[in-house]
Design a protein around this ligand. Structure first.
Ligand code: TYC
Length: 114
């Protein structure tokens, strides 16, 4: 029979706040991961209802929010539809572009660093 000893924080001999003491003090610059804006672009052909559906499905908006953002894109040319980590933003862009492709709409979605 295998036995294991589980040592929990504060129950061992190490100094508090960590596992073992480091020989070199770490730089205390806490770098947050960069964020990326996902942008939706206007065009003359993609149906408004399609854009609303995309915003509901991939950006968690309710119908009223989605309709409002769609109208902003329609009137102003583009809008930020969300801000995410690189990976999440990339996934959203790919999901939108794939859905547009499947329906043969020219809808464009891009990302840029905030
Ligand atoms: N301009 C499109 C139309 O009049 C609607 C539209 C809105 C298209 C937002 C794209 O990202 C978009 N049918």
């Amino acid at each position: 029979m295998r036995t294991e000893t589980i040592v929990m924080a504060g129950q061992d001999d190490d100094p508090p706040g960590g596992d073992t003491q480091l020989a070199v003090k770490p730089k205390s610059k806490s770098k947050r991961p960069p964020l990326y804006k996902v942008l939706l672009l206007n065009d003359d052909f993609t149906p408004m209802e399609f854009v609303v559906m995309v915003l509901e499905r991939f950006f968690g908006m309710n119908h009223a929010q989605a309709f409002e953002i769609m109208l902003t894109v329609h009137k102003r040319g583009l809008a930020v539809v969300g801000v995410f980590s690189y990976e999440i933003a990339e996934t959203k862009v790919n999901q939108v572009m794939e859905m547009a492709r499947q329906h043969q709409h020219p809808l464009q979605c891009t990302m840029e660093r905030e």
